[in-house]
Structure formats: structure tokens, C-alpha cells
Design a protein around this ligand. Sequence first.
Ligand SMILES: Cc1cc2nc3c(=O)[nH]c(=O)nc-3n(C[C@H](O)[C@H](O)[C@H](O)COP(=O)(O)OP(=O)(O)OC[C@H]3O[C@@H](n4cnc5c(N)ncnc54)[C@H](O)[C@@H]3O)c2cc1C
Length: 392
Amino acid sequence: MDILVSGAGIAGPALAHCLHAHGHRVTVVERAPAPRPGGWAVDFRGRVHLGVLERTGLLPLLRPHATRTGDLAVVDAAGRRVATMPAAVFSGDLEILRGDLSRVLIDATRGHTRYTFGIRISSLAQDPSGVDVTFDDGSTGRFDLVVGADGLRSAVRRLAFGDDPGVLRPLGLHGCVFTVPGSLSLPDGALYTEPGRSVTVASPHGRDGVVQLFFTHSQQVYRRERATVAAAFQGAGWRVAELLDAMAATEDWWFDEATQVVLDRWSSGRVVLLGDAAHAAGPGGNGTGLAVVGAYVLASELARSTPSALPAALERYEAVMRPYAATCQRQAAGGAAFLAPATARQIAQRDRFFRMMGGLPPLRRLFSWMATRTATAVRLPDYEWPGSHVVA
Ligand SMILES: Cc1cc2nc3c(=O)[nH]c(=O)nc-3n(C[C@H](O)[C@H](O)[C@H](O)COP(=O)(O)OP(=O)(O)OC[C@H]3O[C@@H](n4cnc5c(N)ncnc54)[C@H](O)[C@@H]3O)c2cc1C
């Protein structure tokens, strides 16, 4: 089939890899002018994520880029360690900077997939045998299938399912991630929290530092600009003032409201959604693992099908992935209370919990199991993976 994918983040390139292995021709369009760098480290954890990466031949491509943030020092305003957040919270089994992951997936698929950056879909019109697509540069095309892998605020979702704001469920938490120069000498991994706001820093070995800020809010709508984040963290202690100064100069700046996507259906005829576009979960919801597993399941279900039975294949993909995504969304719903507790008392309670769980080895193992169980909460059908696939 000729398949068009909107979005070259994680889900889009992962799908291009899997579709190519099954013999489809893939075109990916991305609205950003080039692969988007930046983002915190994301992780794969447990047998399902790692099994899919291994099966699809992606694991050896990703391993060389692995980072390991390790335990995070929970620090007070003077930088003293008051507790330790166990590595299992953030690191998983394979941790990789989101920007690296996206770039590796794009590089691995460029040889066979047509990528066009700086372009987006402006209209879709489908009939029983295909989808006519118009792009915002005026060009057009006809495809057997269109996949919306264009993230939380998916344009394909809007075009195919209408603009229903009810599908977006904000979690009451804003997140911002950016890179700072290594000359700032940040600790290897540290978390500083004040009521309603927190900052996490990490310096993956030999790399610049990565900063992640979270703040809670009530009903306010924020502009997606640096001044919003600077205002939210005004007067914060520890090294926050210095980090905000560095934020002003950074190029890879990402900011969004932690939001879940809940839809009745993920496909409409020959249009289907994948990754955050279908089921964004928010922090701690295995969004990256879901995106890659979903790409594998979608490509595998299409491979089991004939082009004329496409809607049934899309429904089977959804039947496998929906309960899994819902479990991950339930886990992420508690993210705000954990990442930026509202009061000093709640912060102290959370830190007590970390001290307890990070202490004895059996408790660490229990914690690790708790952090992995949602990532493994799916039983995948025994799909065939073509032996002849070529990883470019
Ligand atoms: C720059 C960036 C940084 C991120 N950093 C973090 C992080 O630190 N922590 C975290 O948990 N999650 C982060 N995320 C989200 C995370 O990547 C996803 O939750 C998860 O990996 C699922 O991936 P996805 O491919 O479905 O969505 P995404 O990774 O969001 O990718 C979607 C892609 O679609 C593109 N796109 C959007 N609209 C259109 C359009 N109309 N036409 C064409 N392309 C479009 C976007 O530019 C993006 O490249 C980040 C996302 C981005 C884009």
C-alpha cells in the first residue's frame, strides 16, 4: 500500500520502519522544518517494550545512545540531599534522550521512506478505495491509508474526527524541557520541589545538561512561550534563577500542558491515529513505549489483512492497544500529585515514601516492579515479523 504518515516524532518513524518491513511504501510529512531535537530522556521498560524493539531490529540501533540518569538526589533549597528518587521512576530498562530517539528512528528509515519537513496536511477526502490529500504547500496526493502520528494536538485527528475539545483532558500540570550547556556543571541527577512547582536536572554522561520543569495551575490558559515558564518559577530557590537565565538562550525548548487524549474511536475509514494523537497519557504514562508498540501492532495487523479489509485491521489494532493505553493513562493521571505536590506537607510525604522505597533492596525491587507493571499490561498476538527486513 501507499501509506501517508503525518508526524516525524517517535510514532511516525517507528511506523515507517515497521511498514517498510512489511513491504509498504511510506511517505512521512512533518510540520517542523527539520527533525525536532530536545526533550527529556524517555524510556522503554519491561518485556513488551524490549520484545518489540528486539523483534523489529531497533534495539541494537538504540543501545549505543542509551543514557542512565540513575537515582535522582531530592535536594532542598541549599542543594542538600534529603531523599533519593529511585532510578526506576524515570530510567526503565533502556533510557534514551527523546531527541536522540527521534533522530535515530528517522535516520534508520530515510533510506526507504520519503520524508518531507516543513509541510502539513490541510485536507483529507476519502472514498472506499483511497484518500485524497492536500498539503499546505498546494501539492496533492492519493494514498491507501493516512496515519495521524502527529502528537497531542493532532491535525489528522481534527480533520478526520472534527474539532471536539472534549477529547483533550488536561491533567493540571505544565511541563517544560530544555538543554543547558555542560559548563553549568549540574549534578548528575537532582530534583528540587516547592509547592506546585518542581525542577529536575540531569547530565547524561558527556552531554549537555537537561532541565525539566513542572508547575501546576488551576484553570488558567497559558501562552506557550518562555516568559510563561519564567513567571511560573519566579522567586523559586535552589539553582532555578540560573536555569531560567540559561533557558532564555536555549534552542531546543519544549513546553506543553500534560494532557490525555480520550477518543471513542481511533480510525475512521482509511484514516487511523497512532501514539499521542490517539491516546496521549501524560508524564509517567509510557507514551514512548506505547507509540512504538502501537506502530508494531498497527503494521502487523495491516500485514495480516488485505487492502480491501482495511477497516477490520484498524479495528483489531485498536482492540489490542486500547486497554493497554487506558491502563497507562490511569497510571499517569496521578502525575501532578507526584511531580509537583501542592503543599509542603505533601512534598514531605512524597520524600518519605522515596526514602522508604529506595532504602532496602527488597523494597527497591518492589518499587521497580510497580514502575514496570503498566508497561507490561498487554499480551500481544504472535505476529509474524518478516525475516528479510533491512535496517538501513
Ligand atoms: C520536541 C518534543 C519534545 C518532547 N519532550 C518530551 C519529554 O521531555 N517528556 C515526555 O514525556 N514527552 C515528551 N514529548 C512527547 C513524547 O515524544 C510523546 O509523548 C511520545 O513519545 C509519543 O510520541 P508521538 O510520536 O506520538 O508524539 P510526538 O513525539 O509529540 O511527535 C509528534 C510529531 O508530529 C509533529 N506534528 C504536529 N502537528 C503536525 C502536523 N499538523 N503536521 C505534521 N506534523 C505534525 C510534531 O512536530 C512532532 O514531531 C515531546 C514531544 C516533542 C515533539
